[in-house]
Design a protein around this ligand. Structure first.
Ligand SMILES: [Zn+2]
Ligand SMILES: [Zn+2]
Length: 132
């Protein structure tokens, strides 16, 4: 029984992540999940997010300057642009020259599972110069 419940909770969390392009925090996922599973706890959300992250299904994006982690359910490789003004986290494509780098040729790297590129600046909605 417990297994079934966990599977359902994970399914709800994954649906929320895959439908969102905002890279929600655990708290936002919690608020959304409660509409479907009113009894779910924030602890359960964290536990499932950690599980899905360790499994490689979900990416956790840790902000460079503190604040809550954001989560990403997209399964295609991409980089992130972070607006320092409005905190938006946008999906951008990995620049092809970077995509084709063979990191495994580096002496100390045996395998690469993810290239995690995080670009920081101002989005078009906020404009102006990047804050420092
Ligand atoms: Zn912005
Ligand atoms: Zn993303």
């Amino acid at each position: 029984m417990k297994k079934t419940r966990n599977t359902r909770q994970r399914g709800v969390i994954l649906d929320i992540l895959r439908e969102s392009h905002e890279h929600p925090t655990a708290e936002i996922i919690y608020r959304e999940a409660r509409r479907v599973l009113p009894n779910i706890s924030l602890g359960t959300i964290y536990r499932n997010l950690n599980f899905l992250r360790d499994q490689g299904t979900v990416r956790e994006i840790r902000p460079s300057e503190g604040g809550s982690s954001r989560f990403d359910g997209a399964d295609t490789p991409h980089a992130h642009f972070h607006c320092v003004h409005c905190n938006a986290l946008l999906d951008i494509r990995i620049p092809p020259p970077l995509e084709s780098v063979r990191f495994e040729e580096e002496e100390r790297i045996s395998a690469v599972s993810l290239v995690d590129l995080h670009v920081i600046g101002s989005c078009t909605g906020c404009g102006g110069a990047a804050a420092h």
